[in-house]
Structure formats: C-alpha cells, structure tokens
Design a protein. Sequence first.
Lengths: 318, 283, 266
Amino acid sequence: MITFTSFPVPADDTYNGAHSHHPDVSEDVLMDLDDDQDPLEAGGSKLTYPGESLTSSQAYMRGHGTYVENEEVIASVAGTMERVNKLVTVRAVRTRYNPEVGDLVVGRITEVQPRRWKVDANSRQDAVLMLSSVNLPGGVQRRKLESDELQMRTFFEEGDLLVAEVQAFFSDGAMSLHTRSLKYGKLRNGQLVTVPPVLVRRLKSHFIALPCGVDLILGLNGYIWVSKHVKASDQEGEEGFDAEAVYSNQNDYIDDLTRIAISRVTNIIRVLAAHFVPLTDTLLLEAYEWTVDQEGGAKDLLQEDVGDALVATITARL
Amino acid sequence: MRPPSPSIPEKEFLVASLKESLRLDGRLPLETRTPILTFGPELGWVECALGKTRVVAEVEGKMVKPTPERPFEGSSRYTRRYRPWRRASTSPVGRASDEEVTITRMLDKVLRRSDAVDKESLCILAGQRVWHLRLTLHFLSDAGNMLDCACLAGIVALKHFRRPDVEVIGDEVTVHEPTERAPIPLAIHHTPFCFTFAFFPDPSIPPVIDPSQLEQRLSAGLLSVALNAQRELCVVQKLGGVPLDPDDVLKIVSVAVQKAKELNNVVDARLREDWEARKVEVT
Amino acid sequence: MGSRVEILNDGGFRSDGRRQFELRDMTIDLSQQGQADGCAVVTHGLTQVLVSVFGPREAKMRSQTMHDRANISVEVNVAAFSTGERRKRTRGDKRILELAATIKSTFEPVVQTNLYPRSQIDVYVQVLQQDGGLLQACINATTLALVNAGIPLLDFVCAVSGGVHSTSPLLDLTLLEENDIPNVTVAMMPKTGKVTLVTMETRLHVDRFEEIFRLAGDAGKVIHGEMKNAVRSRTSALVAAMGSGPRVGGVDVAADKDGDDRMNEY
C-alpha cells in the first residue's frame, strides 16, 4: 500500500489549521472523534463542512443547508448544525443576508425603474421598493398620482441610502421593501458601516440612540447606519409627516464632537466585526465607554493592539 | 440575447430515447459517424465530413529563416477560420465563445503539443532555412462535434501533404519541382485522433460518442480523448461537467483505444487509395 | 528540451527532495480579505493562488441572468510577476480563458445554483506565484473560497496533479517536472470518489495513464483532509468568536476549542 505524505510544517506556523496529515487510519479516527458523540441526540450544535453526511433521511427531514442523496442527509455549507424535532438544518457561519418578513434593513438605491426602485440590501438579489410602498408627500394615506411616477427621483435617486422593512417576497425570492412608517426613509447625517449579516442579531429595537449623541440603525442585512442623534420631536414634524425633511439630501449641521463620536462608534463596529463579535446595544455602549476611558483618539482604535484590547476587555465583561 | 435553447419537448424526446439507448440519428450510443474524407487536387487539402459537420483543412509549406532559439527546427502555425457556425451571438462580439476557446486550445494540444510532426526533419539548413508549415482549418458547418472533425481533418491533411524535395550542396539550396522529383511526405511521429463523449445529467443515460449538435447542447459534460493507434494518449480532457466514476472514465478511454485503431485503418486506406490514384495521373 | 536535472534520481528522490508520492506543503488561509464574501489563499509549495468570491448577488448584466439558477462567472488574472520570466498576459489570452472556463464548468454542477435564481456568483482568481500545479491550486482555492462564502456545495472538489517519469508515477509536480514529463490533473469529489475534471496534455501510454489516474484520485483524499481541517478550524474559530459575544441564543459551541488568543488572527 502506498502512503502519501506532506512536507512537515514549520514549527512556528501561525496557522494552526495547516497541520500536515498522513492519511493513516488512526488519523481518520482522530478526525472523526467528535462526530461520534451523536449531536442529534445531544440536541446541541455541531460543526459541519460541505459533503459531510449528517444522518439518515428516513428518520429526519432535511432543512436549509443540507441535501439528500442515497437516503442520507448531507451538509452543503460549513456551519453549525441545528435540529428542531425531525428537521435538520445547517446554518452557515458566514453568508449573505437571508431576508425574512419584518426584518429591518438598510439599503442603497441602485436603479430607478418604472414605479419601483431597486435596492441593494446585501442579499442574493436586489430588493424592490415599490412606489406604492413609500410615504408620499402631502399625507400618509394618499393615492399615488402620475406626477409621483414622473418625479420618483425627487424621493430617492441612485446612491441614496434608506432604511426600510421587508414587506413580502416575490415568487423568485426577491424581497419587497416598504418605508411606510415615520421611522423609515432616507438616511442622512452619518456614515455607513458594513459587517457580516450574522453579526447583527434580532433585537427588540434596531434603532439605538447612544448617550454620546449618536444614533445607530442596525440593519439585519449587515449594513449599519451611524448618524447624529435626531430628537424624536424633530423627526415627526408637524402633521406627522414633513416630506421636505424626509426626502432631503442636505445634511444638518454636525458639530465636531458629534463627528468624532460618529467615527469612534464606526471604528468600534469595524473592530468588533473584524473579530467576529456579534453586535448589541449594550456591547456597543460598553465598548464606547471603554474607548473614552482609554483617552485615545477615534483613529487609535484601528491599531491592532488597541482593537485586540478592546475586544478582550468587553468580551470578558459579558 | 441568448441562443435559442432546444425547446422542452425536443429535450424530453431526446432524453427519453437516450434512456432506451436510442439516438435520434439511429446510431448506437458508442457508434461514431463514418468520416467522409475528400481530397482536393492539391496535396494537403482535405475536407472531412462527420454527418453534416464539415471542416476543410489545408496545409501549405514555405521556406523561412528559423528563429534563433531553435535553429534546427521547422515551425508550424495553425489558423482557424470560424464563421458560419458562429450562431447568433453566443458571446459578445469580438470575444471568442467558450466553445471556440475549447476547440482552439484542444487543436493546439492535439496537433502541435503532442509532437505529431517531427519538427527537426523540417530543417533544411541549420540556422538558415527551415520549412514553415501553415495549417488552416475552415469550419464550414456545425452539426455537432466540431472538435473531432477538425482534429481529423488537420491530421489527415498533414499526412496527405507532401513537400517538394530539396537538395543541399554546401550552402546552396535547390528545390525540385514535383514534376522533377517525387515530393516527400512529412515525417509524422504518430497520428492522434480525437474522440468526444457526451454525458447527461441523468445517470441512467449511457455516454454517447461523437454527439450530434442537439446531444451536445443538452449534454452536461464532454470528455475528449485524443490518442493514436499505438495506445498512447495525447490529450484527455474533461473540463468539469457531471462528475464521473473513475472506472467509467477508464472504460471510455478503452473504448477510445478501440475506435482509434479502427479509424487509423480507415484513414490509412483512404490515403493510400488517393495516393494510388494520383500516381496513375503522374506517370 | 532535454533536461539537465534528474527528475527522479537513483535514490528515489525528486529534484526538490521529495519522494515519488510525497505532496508539497499545502497551506490554507481563509481569513477575511476586503469586501469579498469568501476568500481563500492556497499554497502548494511555491504555487500560490488567491480566490475571492462575491455573491450570490444581483447579476450585473441582465442577459446573464437565468430564471432557474445562479450564473457563475469566473475571472482569472495571472500576476505578471508570478513566473520566472516576467510577462504580462492579456485577459484575452486563450490559456487564461480556458482556465476560467474550466473552473466555471467544474463548479457549475457542484454549487447548488438552483437555490439562487437570477443571481450571480463571481469568482475572481488571482495567481500570485506559479511553480507547477496551477490548475490544482486554482480548483482547491475556489472550493475553499466558496465554502468560506457560505455558498452551498454538494461536496468539496479536490484537485491533484500527477505525472509519469518513464514508468514511475509522481504526484504534485513542480514547474520543472511539469515541463519535462507527461502530466495529469485530476479533480475529484471525495464523498463519492467521482471525478469532475481530468486533463492531460502529453503523450502517455494508456496503462500508465490508468495508474496515475487512480493514484491522483487517492491523493485527492489527502488534500481533502487538509481542506476539511482548514474549514473546520475556521468555522470553529468564528463560532467561538460569536459565542464570546453576549446573549447568543443557546449556542455554546466549542468555545474552548481554540481559545481567545486564536481569535486575533481574524
């Protein structure tokens, strides 16, 4: 029998996954050790890789991230396996955003089409925002007119950012959005950070006002809007809806302190995302306080040691 | 604009009949179309037809100065002329389609990289004069399996071609007209033949050799094997497509071995026949 | 063309000190790079390839959308400095187009494209260093990048090159060996042992081919082991990092496996 051998890996190899492997039988046994504890029974989760056989398809049903071949349920993505009764699913660790109805997303207009906008929302297809699902000027409950169709670009044009809710799905899986709430609409006075969508968990509210004068919108699609705080009363305006303010492209005056706070929060999010730490309001607040205590500038955060210290501190606290 | 794909009933019909090992043109799954070789009046002009697929190959030889890196070797160039079969814009204008790229690369591998022609025998005077061969392939019509047809046309044209005899005295090179001295065939190391097999997504459908256009379009993967009658493989190429069992691949290779022997006999017989006919003419 | 270097000397060693069936050192880096959805840098000895995967995302060109599945587009770029002789290859180069088409058709039946109708998956292959086994590195890196991007695959695709020196088969060829001896690249799916890709470009006897073909199939399983481990440790590191955050619904996974010190690499 022929054996294959790889080159020995240098001892100082930083990547500890790259051991050299000898395809001996013992090796296979070692690798499969954790498979033996039957995760299906344990009810816990188990890490999978594509092509790994999970269980028999006769006893279990296949869910997302799996497929069936030869009466076996096989994982198709690398992630954690979960089981709900007879349903076996695998959730990928990193993937694009998978929309669900009611999710809050931040998106960017990519195209203006007849009676609809196309919105990039980090999903597998661009989302659709129908003209009929936005608030039109001059009253919330108003029929849309032909003149509205002609001036769609005055509401949203290519490149505009907006916050919206997932309303429904089309037959091909594309999502349809709506902004029919005063909370939703065009975004201004801040900047966008993108993180892997899995890092944004479903929270009670995705609108977070940090005490440092910064508002956060945690889009479930991994797009996060960091902006200057707007008082609730200003947002509503008279008569509940102020079209000019809602569709304005003009930033308000932002003072220097707020600007620094915005960039500090942005950098915190970047650091946390780089370390793959899920974001929550409490976590962000803690992180913000920690950075202020450190008396460093906002840009110091991007230095590796500061970032590492930040993550080490706040993950230890919780 | 996408090319019009075969309609659903056409597809269903083909798949259903293939499941029963029937092909639309009445062949068995592992039966090739018989190549029809027509030789032109010039030596090295061949038209090869596999059913309605037709390719013309012509070889020209001329004397050039060799490149300084390879003073003892003749050179060869292959030109391909695709045109009529370039169906309604499969790819943006000016860019070769995937099929064209595959055929071009495959021809290059089969005819040039496998060293079919002995390049050193093309040398007349080291560093001064060598033969430069130019093989031009004209793709006239596509009824499936252009690749095999083109490879066959190319190699037969090279075998059919004869260069004028040359005499070297000192630094003097004399070229003898074909009327003075019989022209000399090229030194061919071996004769590679190419066979293409098509696979279908349904595992119950057997692989099909020499696919027709419809079969090729509906197939989920092609495997091309180029080899000579001496059981030497020159190119094996399966670029993706449906995964196959290793044993199936080897089985197909052994089918190709068989086919190559048969084809070699056919080609040799045709070449001899043609040469005999020419001799009568000359004398 | 005659080689001055012995491909396989009397002691059974190859020019770089390996034995016949010894594979080169393989390193895999799956860390995040830029905005890509999935990345992988794979090194086989001195051959290095970086693959970034974007998508599934909205197709750029409407003509490329398919109503029932995602379109995979592959672009290969060979760095001018990747070979000994510095040379810029244009994008229209037939070899590069063929390589891209090969990668595309290899992954089309493996990626579950039917889950993403009307979308597009973009694969960008950047060849950084070449020392033989380019196709093998490209295929392995693409597999890992797709896995890393969370795109559902039926199985890994593991590729290995092999060659035959007179009658002795060799595995995982360097550029020097590749130029001199007949070589074969085989890509296989370890679960079923089926072969998705076979290429061979040089004259080789049928029986020799069979031998190296089977060997390469076996060697693919070794590569699979390496790839599997890399994916596993990446997955567990990410899961551990996520678990270290607050209020993670019941996922208390393998957090101790890699520890916090590992996290900093990501």
